[in-house]
Write a new protein. Structure first.
Length: 292
């Protein structure tokens, strides 16, 4: 979706730089074919990728996640939410170079804010520690950014996406909340409450985050929309949590998402027409392109 509310995955994809032009003339399949082509073309000149992983008692899950993240990320940040198991020790054993930061408060939103505050990469990827978000999909998100998006969000409801974890209640709630967002914000999202997100580091200059819970994912997307950032959905498959119980509470967190939607809609839009006009933002992208 660009800042006019169109679906970016429907854009023209004859070259990497053409993704954000001529909306609606190509199929989503051609867009994803371009993603694959870009992956092959960019193997030797990737931007620096920082992966942020909030974790609370995820010691049993980390061995299934971190080794794959290491193959693509330049920096891995584990935000420990005051774990009472061996989460930190296991993370350091699996990846001695991992950056550990302690969460200052409670909730996923606070954890992501802590991770973002210490990240240094050109591209930021946010994912989960429980194995539900597949680290092998990271290149897909990064390539969506390189093809012209300011922010790439995962969707379980695009072709080749899916979920082995979502319950009927959560699916229904996600569908209802997504329809409200699409109506109020004139978007065409196929998924809303999913935390696999990537963006340029510079895009964060246009998004002030202050949510503490699972509604942080909705706040990121809506504030990016309101700042007129170019957003693209990327197909993603959500796996079952490997070990332990989810911290998500459908009714409590659904209400918090709905409240976030209302708050963001009532505050109105940013006056910034496009982040590309912001000289500091544009220079940060130009510097990476020159280095590559």
């Amino acid at each position: 979706m660009d800042h006019d509310g169109q679906t970016l995955s429907e854009g023209k994809t004859s070259s990497n730089s053409a993704l954000i032009h001529d909306h609606g003339k190509e199929t989503p399949g051609e867009f994803y074919e371009a993603l694959g082509t870009a992956t092959m073309q960019k193997t030797s000149s990737y931007p620096r990728v920082s992966v942020i992983i909030p974790a609370l008692n995820e010691a049993k899950n980390l061995p299934h996640v971190l080794p794959y993240v290491l193959t693509i990320a330049s920096e891995v940040i584990l935000v420990d939410g005051h774990s009472t198991d061996d989460t930190v020790e296991i993370a350091q054993r699996l990846m001695p170079t991992i950056k550990i930061t302690k969460q200052t408060g409670k909730g996923k939103g606070n954890a992501l804010q802590c991770g973002l505050a210490v990240s240094t990469g050109d591209v930021i990827v946010m994912m989960d520690a429980d194995g539900s978000t597949d680290p092998k999909e990271i290149p897909r998100f990064v390539q969506a950014i390189l093809l012209g998006a300011d922010l790439a969000k995962g969707s379980r409801f695009l072709n080749s996406g899916g979920s082995a974890d979502i319950t009927r209640l959560r699916r229904w709630g996600n569908h209802l909340l997504r329809m409200i967002v699409n109506w109020l914000f004139q978007t065409h999202f196929t998924d809303l409450c999913y935390g696999y997100i990537a963006c340029w580091q510079g895009s964060l200059d246009f998004i002030e985050l202050d949510s503490n819970g699972f509604e942080i994912e909705t706040q990121i997307i809506l504030r990016a929309r309101k700042a007129n950032l170019k957003i693209v959905e990327v197909p993603s498959y959500e796996h079952l949590r490997l070990h332990g119980a989810s911290h998500l509470k459908p009714f409590r967190d659904g209400w918090r998402v709905l409240r976030t939607i209302w708050q963001e809609w009532s505050k109105g839009y940013s006056g910034i027409k496009t982040p590309g006009w912001h000289r500091l933002y544009q220079s940060s992208i130009s510097e990476w392109q020159a280095d590559s």
